[in-house]
Design a protein around this ligand. Sequence first.
Ligand SMILES: Cc1ncc(COP(=O)(O)O)c(C=O)c1O
Ligand SMILES: N[C@@H](CCCC[NH3+])C(=O)O
Length: 441
Amino acid sequence: MYLHGTASINDDGHLEIGGCDTVELVKEYGTPLYIYDVELIRARARAFKEMFEKYEVKSQVAYASKAFSSIAMYQLAQEEGLSLDVVSGGELYTAMAAKFPVEKIHFHGNNKSEEELEMALDYKIGCIVVDNFHELHMLHHLCRQRKQNVNILLRVTPGIEAHTHDYILTGQEDSKFGFDLKNGQAETALAISLDSGYLNLLGIHCHIGSQIFETAGFVMAAKKVLEKLNEWKDEYGFIPEVLNLGGGFGIRYTEEDKPLSPEQYVEEMIIEVRKETELLSFPMPEIWIEPGRSIVGDAGTTLYTVGSRKEVQNVRKYVAVDGGMSDNIRPALYDAKYEAVLANRPFDKQDEVVSIAGKCCESGDMLIWDLPVPAPDKDDILAVFCTGAYGYAMANNYNRIPRPPIVFVENGKSVLVVKRETYEDLIRLDVPLGKRSTFNI
Ligand SMILES: Cc1ncc(COP(=O)(O)O)c(C=O)c1O
Ligand SMILES: N[C@@H](CCCC[NH3+])C(=O)O
């Protein structure tokens, strides 16, 4: 059994996380329940930051909050001295509600609306990562109207094929994100930005994908971008203050995954950027990164209650839990794999292999296939590990299933940071037809 962060098995033989007995957490908060190991989140944030400090490289570690966005998480990120990457008006609004320092907010997105850009300009956030020409022109016009300057980065696609699931690749040429480096789009964007008079171009951003286990892709991306920047230095006299190498650092979901440590990813990046800048006699830029999954992924565990069971003789044993693709869509979307244990008796003999089904009306709503476990009984608690990134963030109300609450645990204490959705919440935005039941009266 692989236990992440502060997880352990306590004297009662129960799974404990952050010093809290998960069986007790279930009594208090019910299931399904997301819990986050705060100590592990802090450790990850510090590990990324400390490597930059060790090498005395100016940096910003921006938490990519698409992985898990909530006011409490933003407060925790702030406590740990992280910057923040947001990708929508909604995430930006949440950051403002959390009173996140505006100068440390970076705004991403491949189709930011005028309204969202205005919001970013109103709040005077740290920088906008411009993704395409449409946005570049819109932002320039808005700034001109408002007589306001803004810091920007240009997101470029360096043409790197990272080894990960196709849907989470982002740095390749054929991508919806960013200005292409090879075909000249990025250079045109650079020229427009330098000409604008309102757009203060801090530097370049690239992100090659997510759940990446090797450093080769990051190293290649850094090299390609720096070579291009060196050409631009000669042609445009442009010297970037910032090189943002994105996020995407992989984590261990199952034993098949062999991630590097945060320190290793960062160290390789620093060494490459140093080497390349020295080779090109190019000024060393600040390095910014945007880890999401590697900050919160394995800090999250989802607790479910076991319910019904169905056996297909000689084929499969289905065991259903009280959540599913509504709180974790990743298995259905990416065929993502997870490990799990019975939290109330993790050490009992694993005498069955079962497949864990969700409760949604969808055959694809399966959380784990062929899991060896102690034969699960109704009311056992199943703990699925590593659900902290893109779990709650991509949760939905399919079948009008309310989203689970979130609890932070640390040093034996638990605190509710997102409430359980209620049936009233589910109908809050519905507008009944009233007395008339058709539209054509
Ligand atoms: C631009 C950008 N930055 C950061 C991230 C965070 O990635 P991850 O959660 O894999 O660290 C993503 C998602 O892939 C992204 O698109
Ligand atoms: N949502 C994806 C990753 C996308 C990363 C954001 N660009 C996942 O669950 O793995």
